[in-house]
Design a protein around this ligand. Structure first.
Ligand code: UGA
Length: 438
């Protein structure tokens, strides 16, 4: 089966590489010369565990290639995925669909026989209808079916999410498209991943509703964490206790500094806007957005409070910058707001992240970048864990205790045990827990 992926960003590359790995013939197209040239040299422009190997393997096998030309590959394709960006539009928070529509027009112009055009990018409800309208009015002679097939990939775990999904949602009412989409995902179907067919609009909403629900779940446990701190309960135990109820489930109940990344902040906002436009407001999600935004700044205040209310002139060390581990993505990372709050308070901020420092340099204010956790911790008055990279879990706390100016750890991801930290002589401030006595 010949598949073309328009947009070789995160979603396009992961999806294209994995589909090639299933045995399909895949061409990933992008307008960026730099990106395509880098990919052709075997360089992968994003950090995603396992992706480089899959790309190399499938290029070697001749199933995966890259191109700046859209028309040629699309003219020969059975299925064309649109995986271009849908950033938040400046000013109003709506998803910016200009890249999607531009890609759709180029695809339609190039299509030859019957072709399925699939939106993989996260697009608001009704986008498929609009693409279909463009095709009908501007390219009436073309035989195209428009399908919605949202992605549910988590950065850092995208390959396994693609290959072992909980479900594959496909929105279409077209029989020929249904057959071709079955063919695309047949290798997964054999693995018993359920293909869930529904109407296109429903499929588009499933994507937003899923992300909004997860964002709300995280925000819920974050507020419970605040309550735990006030009343002296332990949020991890509360999460475990409620998560054992299968109706609730134990996933996405880790309290922390607030959700970030390229999806939850953007998608919750876009859903709120869509709901307002349809005069059907989603109060729970509106509140989720607000609570999460406020939380990031509150985490800065939490660090300042741990430093006896004053960070002016003090060295503060931040471990982890990316919005979560196993990515180099800094988009909407809580670290950005926390760093700003500390800089506003007059702190001398030193940071370290295993993969995110290059990206961080483009979004953080004046901070110093260290080579490892020990370098930034030396002489610091507080060590703040912002992102839970595995390599931070087992630090040499004796050494840290000796080298830090004051033994304060603010553990915004609850990766250390309060009692153990107390044994090492640290003042340990966790999220949603009482402070252990030294
Ligand atoms: C999210 C969804 O999980 C994917 O299913 C979806 O496909 C993707 O968005 C998307 O729309 O493309 P992602 O943003 O990569 O994936 O990352 P998550 O693992 O969901 O984490 C998002 C944020 O929530 C991170 O900042 C993370 O630290 C935070 N989080 C997550 C918590 O604070 N607590 C949790 O229990 C889980």
């Amino acid at each position: 089966m010949r598949i073309v992926m328009i947009g070789s960003g995160y979603v396009g590359l992961v999806s294209g590489a994995c589909l090639a790995d299933f045995g399909h013939e895949v061409i990933c197209v992008d307008k960026s010369t730099d990106k395509i040239e880098a990919l052709e040299r075997g360089e992968v422009p994003i950090f995603e565990p396992g992706l480089e190997a899959i790309i190399a393997h499938n290029r070697g096998a001749g199933r995966l290639s890259f191109s700046m030309d859209l028309a040629g590959p699309v003219g020969n394709a059975d299925v064309v995925f649109i995986a271009v960006g849908t950033p938040s539009r400046r000013g109003d928070g709506h998803a910016d669909l200009s890249y999607v529509y531009a890609a759709a027009r180029e695809i339609a112009a190039a299509v030859k026989g019957f072709t399925v055009v699939v939106t993989k990018s996260t697009v608001p409800v009704g986008t498929g209808d609009e693409i279909e309208r463009i095709f009908r009015e501007e390219f009436p002679e073309k035989d195209i079916a428009v399908v919605s097939n949202p992605e549910f990939l988590r950065e850092g775990a995208a390959i396994s999410d693609f290959k072992r999904p909980d479900r594959i949602v496909i929105g279409t009412g077209d029989e020929r498209a249904t057959e071709l989409m079955r063919e695309v995902y047949r290798p997964l179907y054999l693995n018993e991943a359920p293909l869930y067919f529904c109407e296109r609009r429903t499929s588009e909403l499933i994507k937003y509703a899923a992300n909004a629900f997860l964002a709300m779940k995280i925000t819920f446990i974050n507020e419970i964490a605040d309550l735990c701190e006030s009343i002296g309960a332990d949020v991890q135990k509360v999460a475990k206790g409620i998560g054992m109820d299968k109706r609730i489930g134990d996933k996405f109940l880790h309290a922390g500094p607030g959700y970030g990344g390229s999806c939850f902040p953007k998608d919750t906002l876009a859903l709120v806007k869509t709901a307002q436009d349809y005069d059907s407001p989603l109060r729970l999600i509106e509140t989720t957005v607000l609570v999460n935004d406020n939380r990031k700044r509150a985490m800065g205040r939490k660090v300042i409070a741990a430093c006896e209310g004053n960070v002016r002139g003090k060295k503060i060390a931040l471990l982890g910058l990316t919005f979560k581990p196993n990515t180099d993505d800094m988009r909407d990372a809580p670290a950005i707001t926390i760093v700003q709050a500390l800089l506003d308070g007059g702190a001398d901020v030193h940071v370290f992240d295993p993969e995110g420092m290059e990206a961080a340099k483009t979004v953080l204010g004046p901070v110093s970048y260290g080579k490892n956790p020990y370098e930034i911790a030396a002489g610091a008055e507080a060590l703040v864990v912002v992102t839970e990279w595995d390599e931070f879990r087992a630090l040499d706390f004796r050494r840290l205790k000796q080298e830090m100016k004051s033994p304060v750890i603010v553990d915004l991801r609850n990766i250390y045990k309060p009692d153990e930290m107390a044994k090492y002589g640290f003042s340990h401030f966790a999220v949603g827990k009482r402070k252990a006595k030294i």
